[in-house]
Each structure stands twice: as C-alpha cells, then as structure tokens.
Write a protein that binds this ligand. Structure first.
Ligand SMILES: *Cc1c(COP(=O)(O)O)cnc(C)c1O
Length: 413
C-alpha cells in the first residue's frame, strides 16, 4: 500500500485528488478486507484435511469449530452453516415462522431476503436515530394477527434492545430471532451475543469480523430446535436413507471450519487492532463540526469491526455523498452501508411501495452514514491520511461543494 502524499498535506483544496491532484493511495483502500490469522496453522489444518480425505459432512474441524463457538459464547448448541443467509433461512423455517415477520429496513438486504425467499412478508420497522437499531416501541405498533415473529439485527455489532424485544415477543406470543451477522464477539449486559431470543445467526463471510472464507452458524439454547436445524442443514436426513423433514444443503465444509478455527485463535488480536483503529479515528476526527463517529459501549465487549461516520450536511456544508466522492477520488473506498435501505431495493420497493413513508429515521440515516476502512489490513499511517483528507474536505467544504456541483452539472473544471 503506497501512500503518495502523506507528508505534504497542507489542508488546502489543491491537496485533494478531486481537484486534480494525485490520489492519496495508489491502490483501492477497501472497507472489509479480511482479517487473517496464522496462515501456517491454517495450511497445516488444510493438509490434515486432505490427508484424511474428509472434506465435509460431520468432519472433525466443523465439530471442533462448533464446540469452540458454543464454549466461547456460553450457548448450548452451535450449528455451523455454509453462510448466514442459508442459516437465517433454515432458522426461520425450523422456528415455523410464516405470514409476517418484523425486521428493520436499515440492514444488509440478506435479512429481508431470507424471509421473502420463504414467502414470508418482511414488515419493515423503523430504527432509533441514535442507536441505528430496531425501535421496540415501533415494533409493537406493527404487530398484526399475521405476525409470527420479530427478527432483530445487531447492526455494526452493537446489540439491539434485547430486553424490550424479549418482553414484547413473550407477551405477544412471537418468536424472536436475531440476525447477529455483525456481532460475533460482542456482549449485551455482560453476556455474549448468541444466547438470546429463540436463536441467533452469525455470518463468517470474508468481510465479517471473524471469517471462515464463507460461512455462518445458528446458535440456540433450545435442544429440539438445534436437532431440527442439524437435519434441515443436511437435506432433512435423520439416518443414512431416511429424511425427517424437508431440508436443504446448508453444511459448512472442513476447509472453511479450519479457517474459522484459525481465525478464532487470533480473535483477541483482531479486536485489539480494530479498537486501536477506532480510537485513532475518534481522536483524529474529534471536534469536526457535523461529523460524528458511532460509539461503542465501553462496558461491553465489542468487535469494533465497523467505523461508522455520520455526516450532518447542515453543519458540515457538504453532503455524505459529496464526501464519499472526495474519498473515492483518493482511492479510499468508503461505503454507504446500508443505503438506500431494504425497502428501497427490489423486490421490496415494488412489493411494498407504500412502506417508505413510515421509515423516517431509516431514510435519514441512509443519507448520513458512511463506513471507513479498518481491520488488520489498515495501519495507523493510513488512518492519519484518511482523517487528514476528511479534515481538509470539511475545512474547504464550500469550495469542494461548488467544484462537485459544477462537475455534476457537466461543467469541466
Ligand atoms: C453479511 C450479512 C448477512 C449475510 O451473511 P452471509 O454469510 O454473507 O450470507 C446477513 N445479514 C447481515 C446484517 C449481514 O451483514
């Protein structure tokens, strides 16, 4: 990773690539470059897998991965899956959800897709502007006779208001499932995410805090549910030639489990790196009017996998998308997760065309939020440059804005 102008930045607009200067980074600086643990250990495990010619179907690495996760999270059962999307679908099916399920729209589209794929209506609920998480008061208002469950999302690895959602689910006789794709290694009231609701689903996709290349897991304290999940994950087979239920292929393979186990051993290092990055961003962006960094509860465990910036255009004088354009010109590939919200994406935009009017906080956040690069592939030097560019942009906001508006209008500058 070459940084081309770290020493020479004077915080004037001419420093910025958007006004014709050289980009700060020669190669794209992506959000979500994978965290990778001890590669020698991984290679040894892969060798062992090949030696034993046991690649999937109840292999020893998958079993070990499941055991280690259950121990770490203090949850009874962990059922590893090929990815979180299939994990969600299997969990939804095993829990017997149908009709309508209440979910946030401010999430990755897989949350809604898992329901719609099974013919269940995702009923989009607004989030809290401060926390970005499902608003329990609004959840309650959306319950109808068709509602079978609530699916909370621990967005950015910060837990939902689990206490309120659990109380609502219990009182209204609903199932409670959590899309915990972001929250591996996070805690809520001192207990690890993974032991709440009827079940929780993790993603171990390459870009997530802990990766198994591709992968996921459903965790639960319900033994009967865990048994059902295991059968459904493997076509419904209960014995070699008998099925108990309908099933699908949701199995994790041994190489993925080897990667997951290897990365699990480096989990504390990943957290330490992310935490340092988060603190550095916080420090270097402090005091910038209209820019705020989403914070984490320091009394809880967090994986700090997402550095989330909120841009208040009224105060900064520059929109989130304009800041994004400046960063992209520097090869800083910041992302506007989870723009524009599931309800504005197909098929939901067409299927539930009227719903957008009841999601003011979601719509507001979808226009404000930006995620910045972090993780093992990023260094303190890189973060300093990213922050210097953000500071330079804000300092020259009016000029930058004019430049970008002219360009958008087709005027060559
Ligand atoms: C990544 C993600 C998923 C999907 O996970 P996969 O393992 O890629 O299928 C689901 N929900 C959320 C919130 C995610 O961020």
């Amino acid at each position: 990773m070459t940084i081309t102008k770290y020493d020479s930045l004077k915080e004037t607009i001419s420093d910025l690539a958007v006004s014709g200067g050289r980009p700060a980074f020669e190669n794209g600086l992506h959000v979500g470059r994978p965290n990778i643990g001890d590669r020698v250990k991984f290679a040894q495990r892969v060798d062992d897998i090949l030696d034993r010619r046991w690649l999937t179907n109840g292999g020893q690495y998958v079993e070990e991965f499941e055991r280690r996760i259950a121990d770490l999270l203090k949850v009874e059962h962990c059922v590893a899956m090929c990815n979180a999307t299939v994990g969600l679908e299997i969990a939804i099916r095993a829990l017997g959800l149908d009709g309508e399920v209440i979910v946030p729209s401010f999430t990755f589209v897989a949350t809604a897709n898992a329901l719609q794929w099974l013919g269940i209506t995702p009923v989009f609920c607004d989030v809290d502007r401060q926390t970005h998480l499902l608003d329990p008061g609004k959840v309650e208002q959306l319950i109808t006779p068709l509602t079978s469950g609530i699916m909370g999302v621990h967005l950015w690895g910060r837990p939902c208001d689990i206490e309120s959602l659990t109380e609502i689910a219990r009182r209204r006789g609903l199932k409670l499932l959590f899309d915990s794709a972001h929250a591996f290694g996070s805690s809520y009231q001192g207990r690890m995410i993974g032991c709440f609701g009827d079940a929780e689903v993790f993603s171990f996709h390459a870009t997530k805090f802990l990766n198994s290349l591709e992968g996921g897991a459903v965790v639960t304290n319900d033994a009967a549910l865990a048994h059902k999940l295991r059968l459904m994950r493997n076509f419904g087979f209960s014995t070699y030639d008998q099925t108990d239920s309908i099933g699908v292929n949701g199995k994790m393979n041994e190489v993925s489990a080897a990667m997951g186990l290897t990365n699990l051993e480096s989990m504390d290092e990943f957290i330490a790196v992310n935490l340092n990055h988060y603190k550095q961003y916080k420090e270097e962006l402090a005091g910038l009017e209209g820019i705020s960094l989403l914070s984490f509860d320091e009394n809880e465990r967090s994986n700090y996998q997402y550095v989330v910036l909120e841009v208040d255009e009224v105060k900064t004088g520059i929109s989130r998308d304009q800041l994004l354009a400046v960063l992209h010109a520097e090869n800083i590939l910041a992302r506007r997760y989870f723009y524009p919200g599931c309800h504005r994406m197909e098929p939901y935009r067409t299927l539930y065309a009227d719903v957008q009017f009841s999601l003011p906080q979601t719509e507001y956040l979808a226009e404000q939020v930006l995620t910045l690069p972090t993780g093992q592939a990023i260094t303190p030097e890189i973060i300093s440059v990213v922050c210097a560019i953000i500071r330079t942009t804000l300092k020259n906001a009016a000029e930058v804005r004019k430049l970008l508006e002219k360009r958008a209008a087709g005027v060559t500058v």
